[in-house]
Design a protein around this ligand. Structure first.
Ligand code: FES
Length: 190
């Protein structure tokens, strides 16, 4: 970069060092100038260059972070497959009925809800806000947390109202031979 100096001293190339005012080589300059060979103009130029580099790197990191958040929110819910365990007989629950169970053994309470003649959904029963147990509100297609009036969609487990921000972890279920089996847990990585 070429900088035109004040006072008619002529241009200087800021990328290749500072020219002393008397034009003598640097090893003939006083000690203070040899110790601090960068003048104000060059110092400001280097600072601006460093600032631009910092801003570019910071912006790139922010873009990468946003991209990662989008990826996680899109694909962040993964299924952890465990062995299949029978958790209820199909005729055990009326449509709209529910029961709690554990899966895998020793887990936090899970909630199984019968939503139709051959459809069941199951989720972790702990609200993702502050862990109060959610209860089914099948008539409105939701799960309700009475502690702070949080609501989740019954079909997906996603929060739809109130303080909760994260979906309830889903328990995958299958119907076989008149029984409902838990077959895996959907774990949120967000
Ligand atoms: S604990 Fe469920 S809404 Fe607060």
């Amino acid at each position: 970069m070429i900088l035109h100096q004040r006072g008619g001293e002529g241009p200087r190339d800021l990328d290749h060092g500072t020219t002393p005012p008397d034009g003598r080589p640097i090893d003939e300059q006083p000690k203070w100038r040899r110790d601090f060979p960068v003048d104000w103009a060059q110092d400001e130029y280097v600072s601006r260059r460093e600032l631009v580099k910092f801003m570019v790197l910071t912006s790139a990191a922010m873009v990468a972070g946003q991209f990662w958040i989008v990826l996680k929110s899109t694909f962040g819910r993964t299924a952890a497959r465990s062995s299949d365990v029978p958790i209820a007989r199909v005729d055990e629950l009326p449509i709209g009925g529910a029961k709690t169970f554990t899966y895998p053994e020793g887990s936090t309470p899970r909630l199984l809800v019968r939503t139709g003649a051959v459809t069941f959904v199951a989720y972790d029963q702990q609200c993702t806000h502050l862990l109060c147990p959610v209860v089914p509100a099948v008539e409105v297609g939701r799960l309700h947390c009475p502690c702070h009036n949080g609501w989740f969609d019954l079909a997906t487990g996603r929060p739809v109202a109130g303080p909760p921000q994260r979906a309830l972890p889903r328990i995958f279920v299958e119907i076989r031979d008149g029984s409902v089996y838990a077959t895996g847990v959907e774990e949120s990585t967000t």
